[in-house]
Design a binder for this molecule. Structure first.
Ligand SMILES: Cc1cc2nc3c(=O)[nH]c(=O)nc-3n(C[C@H](O)[C@H](O)[C@H](O)COP(=O)(O)OP(=O)(O)OC[C@H]3O[C@@H](n4cnc5c(N)ncnc54)[C@H](O)[C@@H]3O)c2cc1C
Length: 483
């Protein structure tokens, strides 16, 4: 390999590519520990999937709508305490409402209340519910001991959540309810039993939280902390190369031609982009490339952002986040979706102005309607379908918020292409790799085959979701420091 002898324009201990929550957490912790660190971000705001944008006085959350564990010893709380930034953010607790054709369920933040409430609703299933939640709780406890694999984790490592619930309960409505949290962007038969069980416990115990000021408050706070500890961030800067010296990461090169030397590089961007574009296949082991190309990517999303001049609470719509299932069996819808058809197995409606009224002009509200979506459509394009899909979601939401369409003062939508454009995540993925059983234990390590290159974010351990990527950022920083 010919050594590149061109000069470097800047020099740091650590260069971080991407200002998603994983990259920012990593950089802030390194800066706190005295490292000279700089984050390079292609967008003009920090946060990646966790950003907000403004239109005519309304501040819309672009993707992330809540954090689990914002308080009460949740994962994000632990990260905030490691960064000594608890005072930087104020979180309000919220709940989720699940709407089915003939019943409604409001989430409760007590892992013991949850099965008890289910037993009251499904009397004949009491013993199955007890056994199901005993198994789920045991999986959650065993996960903490990884990489050691308990007999329970060994039993379920290749099973789906569908397998797990089918073993314990029979009632189809109960099954629909215990699988109702769509946060893994996957149908029940494709969701890893272990990942979903762990999510069920952590989301239930830790609760859902909303940051005052909107979702952008989270990355903004991390940037403040990064800078307070002496770290730097450069926006509108696309990194297009990781510089290698003797096969080791030695810095980065930006699209503007700036060369930055760094003892370590942390990539917070899509894994395939990191390895295939910024490093190059020729510099990596063939088996690693084969693994990388074989991993399944999660679905993306379709969002409709509405600024409205009504208060939906006046028509009884009072939950900050509602997830609607129009049928108990959405298998067909999921199958169509996975084949690249527009299909809506379920949809959500969030009203973040219930949590923070200042996100909208006085007397007005924000209504966000969202569902999962495939990146590529079979025989159609998102350009053609965007308008139709927006109208369909508004019509569906109108069944719960009467006359919604007559009260829209601002409207916008995001397709998977929008998420790809703003975050550069492959296929606009909402969660990085899909949470399939095959992915459990197969996620990319934070230490990569390239010495001095680390990963932080949703494409590495422990996976997607804001608290998880914050944990991955902290872990990457601690690996670099040797803590
Ligand atoms: C629509 C949607 C809704 C979601 N809802 C929730 C939710 O409610 N709760 C939750 O916990 N999680 C949610 N998630 C998942 C969560 O947002 C993500 O898992 C998490 O935010 C990803 O963080 P990350 O650190 O991996 O970085 P990302 O958010 O993926 O950010 C990567 C950053 O890198 C930058 N970048 C990319 N390439 C380059 C390059 N070459 N050079 C420089 N910069 C680059 C991007 O601009 C971006 O800022 C949602 C995701 C989506 C898309």
């Amino acid at each position: 390999m010919v050594r590149d002898t061109r000069r470097f324009d800047e020099e740091y201990d650590v260069a971080v590519i991407g200002a998603g929550i994983g990259g920012l957490t990593c950089a802030a912790y390194l800066a706190k520990k005295g490292k000279k660190v700089k984050v390079f971000e292609q967008h003009f705001v920090p946060g990646g999937c966790c950003t907000s944008f403004s239109r005519k006085g309304f501040k819309f959350d672009a993707g992330v709508l809540h954090l689990t564990g914002g308080k009460a010893s949740g994962a994000f709380q632990k990260v905030m305490s490691a960064l000594e930034m608890e005072q930087e953010l104020e979180f309000k607790e919220q709940f989720q409402r699940f709407v089915f054709p003939d019943f409604t369920y409001d989430s409760t933040r007590n892992v013991n209340d949850y099965p008890e409430k289910l037993k009251e609703m499904f009397l004949g299933e009491a013993s199955g519910i007890t056994r199901l939640f005993h198994t789920i709780n045991s999986i959650y406890e065993d996960i903490k001991k990884l990489p050691a694999l308990s007999p329970l984790l060994t039993k379920y490592r290749e099973k789906s959540y569908q397998d797990l619930i089918d073993e314990h309960i029979k009632d189809f409505k109960l099954k629909a309810l215990v699988n109702a949290n769509w946060h893994l962007w996957n149908p029940v038969w494709k969701n890893s039993a272990i990942d979903f069980a762990s999510l069920t416990v952590s989301e239930t115990i830790r609760g859902y939280f909303y940051p005052v000021g909107g979702i952008q408050a989270v990355p903004d706070a991390l940037v403040r902390v990064l800078k307070r500890y002496g770290g730097e961030i450069e926006y509108r800067t696309l990194v297009d190369k990781i510089i290698l010296e003797n096969g080791k990461a030695a810095g980065i090169e930006t699209g503007k031609g700036k060369r930055v030397r760094a003892k370590q590089v942390v990539s917070n961007i899509a894994a395939r982009a990191t390895f295939l574009n910024l490093i190059g296949e020729e510099n990596l082991p063939a088996d690693f490339i084969a693994t990388l190309n074989g991993l399944e990517i999660s679905l993306s999303s379709f969002y409709v952002y509405l600024g409205v001049d009504i208060d939906p609470r006046e028509s009884g719509f009072n939950a900050p986040e509602t997830i609607v299932y129009e049928s108990y069996d959405n298998t067909k819808d999921w199958e169509l979706l996975l084949q690249g058809e527009i299909s809506i197995p379920c949809f959500g409606i969030a009203v973040p102005t219930y949590m923070d009224p200042d996100l909208a002009p006085p007397g007005k509200h924000i209504v966000i309607i969202m569902t999962m979506a495939p990146y590529s459509l079979r025989g159609k394009s998102w350009r053609e379908e965007k308008k139709r899909m927006t109208a369909e979601l508004i019509t569906k939401a109108e069944k719960l918020i009467p006359n919604l369409s007559q009260h829209i003062v601002v409207q916008d939508s995001a397709t998977p292409l929008t998420y790809e454009r703003y975050t550069l995540n492959s296929l606009g993925a909402a969660m990085g790799w899909a949470f399939t059983p095959q992915m459990f234990m197969k996620r990319l390590e934070q230490k990569t085959p390239v010495p001095n290159l680390y990963l932080a974010g949703q494409w590495t351990m422990p996976g997607g979701g804001v608290p998880a990527v914050a944990v991955s950022g902290l872990r990457a920083a601690r690996m670099i420091i040797g803590e």
